[in-house]
Write a protein that binds this ligand. Structure first.
Ligand code: PHE
Length: 354
């Protein structure tokens, strides 16, 4: 028995893995294992012999079993240690360089504009880019055959043959969202709507798809003075410095009175610079919401009044970041995107400075 103990305890101590351990278990205490066979021999012994050999054999079996399970735990621990050592990760190492995209100036400026106007209490609203002609035109006091419909170089959607309803359009401005928001929310209301708009137009400062942010504030006593304050406040927050603006009397069918706003800039040396020179870039249209537009939005013009504006987001991006040609915005030229793009980690916030 001492030989058996010696043999198996040594072998167990030296077992290299769980499979070897299992083999040893079978060889010692398995059904046909050496210790088990010895136990079977107990039957042939005299009662006296059995009294001596029985407990000893049992003790040996227990000893081998506990050596087996202790070794099993040790092997598992060692395997875990090895894995931990192997899979160890230095989280303090600098990250590997990966090709990364940049935030497009239009997205960046949209975020900036939204941050400023949201801080003034405007909530963000949305509307469809494919718009019906009622929302895009009629409700905004632009009846059919009104010259403004052709002035806007509208893209019309096709209708099925025989369908003689007025065609849908790619919205020519974000103003239809004024109507949708008024109908949804009623008055008082204070919303902005950033989004894509479409007009058939193409030169250094025009592309067939561009971006606007619409603003609408309706309450009982909102005036042109509030509009001017909001816009001036907006520009100095956006450019981070006082900027010369020019409010020009203008005309839109959906506002009365109306004003267009230009920003002072220069175009020298292949770059556009804001706040200097004697050129002006028109960046927005605005005015007091026309009573007919309030009515179309389900709001009583005898009780409510307010202002609306539509800012060209792309124009603002050109001015703020010195980008001279609007067409390049949408060329998807990687060199341009890398040059004018923003880091994804530079999220614009008011407190961080815009
Ligand atoms: N919708 C006008 C445009 O696209 C801008 C505008 C919006 C003017 C709101 C007045 C009020 O030119």
């Amino acid at each position: 028995m001492d030989d058996l103990r010696e043999k198996y305890l040594t072998a167990i101590a030296g077992a290299g893995d769980e499979a070897a351990l299992e083999e040893l278990r079978l060889a010692a205490v398995g059904k046909k294992g050496e210790v088990s066979l010895k136990m079977r021999e107990l039957g042939k012994m005299t009662p006296e012999e059995r009294q001596v050999a029985g407990p000893k054999l049992n003790a040996l079996k227990d000893e081998i079993n506990s050596a087996l399970s202790a070794k099993k735990v040790a092997l598992e621990d060692a395997a875990l240690e090895a894995r931990l050592a192997d899979e160890w990760l230095d989280v303090t190492l600098p990250a590997r360089e990966r090709p990364r995209g940049t935030i497009h100036p239009v997205s960046q400026v949209t975020e900036e504009v939204t941050a400023i106007l949201a801080d003034m209490g405007f909530a963000v609203a949305e509307g469809p880019q494919i718009e019906d002609d009622w929302h895009n035109f009629d409700a905004l006091n632009i009846p059919s055959h009104h010259p403004a419909r052709t002035e806007m170089d509208t893209f019309y959607m096709a209708r099925a043959e025989g369908d003689d309803r007025a065609p849908n359009v790619l919205r020519t401005h974000t103003s239809p969202v004024q109507i949708r928001s008024m109908l949804d929310q009623g008055a008082p209301i204070r919303i902005i709507c950033p989004g894509r708009v479409y007009r058939a137009d193409y030169d250094q400062t025009h592309t067939p798809m561009f971006h606007q942010v619409e603003g609408l504030a309706i309450d009982r006593d909102i005036s042109m003075a509030n509009l001017k304050w909001v816009l001036e406040e907006f520009f100095s927050a956006f450019f981070g410095k006082p900027v010369k603006t020019r409010f020009r009397a203008s005309h839109f069918p959906f506002t009365e009175p109306s004003a267009e706003v230009d920003i002072q800039c220069s175009w020298e040396g292949g770059a556009v610079k804001v706040g200097e020179g004697d050129d002006w870039l028109e960046v927005l249209g605005s005015g007091m919401v026309h009573p007919k537009v309030l009515e179309a939005g389900g709001i009583d013009p005898a009780e409510w009044q307010g202002f609306a504006f539509g800012i060209g987001i792309d124009r603002l991006a050109m001015l703020k970041y010195g980008i001279p040609d609007l067409r390049a915005f949408f060329d998807s030229d990687l060199r341009w995107l890398r040059h004018y793009g923003f880091s994804a980690l530079q999220v614009p916030t008011l407190h961080g400075g815009l």
